[in-house]
Design a protein around this ligand. Structure first.
Ligand code: EPZ
Length: 428
């Protein structure tokens, strides 16, 4: 299993390009199931989650080809062409779905297009139990008959799906995406209330619009989708990754230095910018992206609660905690989206952090400096928080179980070393 070795203490300086968003690319790839024409996606990041979903889609009959890296057209990242001319299977097996929860999103499009689907329940994961009840209730309201058998969801809609009025009891990114895709091919109008307004949901909605869907209210909490008989092919560029953006912002804030993040947008991290600016970190939009700097002056503690968009994202909570571990003052960080998302805390403690947890709230008392240590991470965002801590720490840190990082951060060692970090991957 690969490990990453970091010698901390170097400031980060220079510029790096932000990749396309993993959490937008995944549902966008699934949207290819909704049409028998090709869907071309540009700026798809090179990540193991993307290859795993490609494998699942391939099993359903989607032909996937790479059209090159898009540099000639001013695009970065890979260009993928996904063509679901015929769906040859409507079954997504446990062995593949359990590895990546986002693959559960195939259920809505499969029922909408083929009127049936058999998809493994994804199961829990390190950050929480993560049920899919909202996805299933929504599909039932749209006319699907759902049966749970031997760990699988078996869904049938012999007469096709119909529109429905669905009020989510709380915001779910995945359920909103699943039902928005299903509703695009359902008969009649579907209204999704208390829907997710995350930029990745809007990106999916914009791609569906380009495919001929009729959706109103993108970016708001109420979506109105008028079903159409068929969708057609389209070309769409994946939006920049706001979590990768925020992660590098926090890395530079932790180490000091000045870095321009190219190809990203400040509106994608609008909940993060004022918080860090108040704490003493410099962040300015530029015409190429965003510049982040911290030169000399120290930053203070903060108080924050994770929330659905446009609130502070749960996917940046661990990174913020690593940054605040060396702040000048006390921070209070409350996690409200997932019940078990503080697993980076024991590892940060091994590096000398002073953090206590009371239910959903972590109190982080800034210490002058963290010290390098061997650490291990249990999920993607926790892993990268340890990388941030290691970059700012004194001495050497070895981060184990790097496969988590490879799921969601494109070429992270390359990007960080180009900024001056002393970081290398140890194969094995
Ligand atoms: C998406 O997961 C992201 N994944 C997550 O990113 C992100 O943390 C999360 O949204 C919240 O922003 C992708 O986009 C692929 P939810 P998702 O449905 O859609 C509960 C990362 O590191 N819930 O919004 O699965 C659920 O358990 C990942 O990139 C139900 O109870 O999240 C959670 O507590 C991790 N029943 C809350 O809702 C349901 O049917 C929000 O989950 C669905 C969700």
């Amino acid at each position: 299993m690969d490990r990453i070795q970091i010698r901390g203490g170097n400031r980060l300086n220079g510029e790096i390009r932000i990749s396309g968003a993993k959490n937008a690319a995944l549902p966008l790839m699934v949207a290819s199931l909704l049409t028998d024409e090709p869907l071309t996606l540009a700026s798809v990041p090179h990540l193991t989650d993307i290859s795993q979903l490609a494998e699942i889609l391939g099993g359903l009959g989607v032909e996937i080809t790479m059209e090159g890296n898009g540099h000639n057209e001013g695009e970065v990242g890979r260009v993928l062409k996904l063509h679901a001319k015929t769906i040859k299977s409507t079954e997504a097996p446990y062995e593949l779905v359990r590895k990546m929860r986002a693959s559960f999103l195939v259920i809505g499009p499969l029922i909408a297009r083929c009127h049936q689907a058999k998809v493994s329940l994804p199961g829990g994961c390190a950050i929480g139990t993560r049920p899919v009840d909202l996805h299933l209730k929504g599909l039932e309201a749209m006319g699907a008959e759902i049966e749970l058998s031997e760990g699988y969801v078996i869904a049938r809609a012999p007469k096709g799906l119909h529109g429905a009025h669905i009020l989510f009891p709380f915001v779910s990114v995945g359920a909103t995406e699943n039902l928005m895709m299903a509703a695009s091919l359902a008969k009649g109008t579907t209204v999704l209330e208390n829907a997710a307004s995350e930029p990745e949901v809007t990106d999916l909605g914009n791609c569906l619009l380009a495919m001929g869907a009729r959706i109103e209210g993108l970016g708001t909490r109420t979506l109105r989708i008028e079903g159409v008989d068929r969708l057609h092919g389209a070309r769409h560029t994946v939006l920049p990754d706001r979590i990768e953006t925020g992660t590098y912002v926090m890395a530079v804030a932790a180490t000091g230095g000045e870095v321009e993040l190219l190809g990203t947008r400040s509106d994608l991290i609008s909940s993060v910018i004022p918080l860090l600016k108040d704490a003493g970190v410099g962040i300015q939009p530029t015409n190429r992206g965003l510049r982040v700097s911290r030169n000399g002056a120290h930053y203070s503690g903060i108080e924050v609660t994770t929330e659905a968009y446009p609130g502070f994202p749960t996917d940046l909570q661990a990174q913020l905690m690593a940054l605040m571990a060396t702040a000048n003052g006390v921070s209070r960080i409350t996690e409200t989206i997932f019940e078990n998302r503080f697993m980076h805390v024991p590892e940060l403690l091994r590096m000398g952090a002073d953090i206590t947890i009371d239910h959903q709230t972590a109190t982080v008392r800034g210490v002058g400096r963290l010290r390098g240590a061997p650490v291990m991470a249990t999920d993607l965002r926790a892993s990268v928080s340890l990388i941030i801590a290691a970059l700012a720490a004194e001495g050497e840190t070895v981060v184990n179980r790097v496969y988590h990082l490879d799921r969601g951060f494109e070429r992270i060692e390359e990007k960080l070393s180009s900024l001056g970090a002393d970081i290398r991957r140890i194969k094995g």
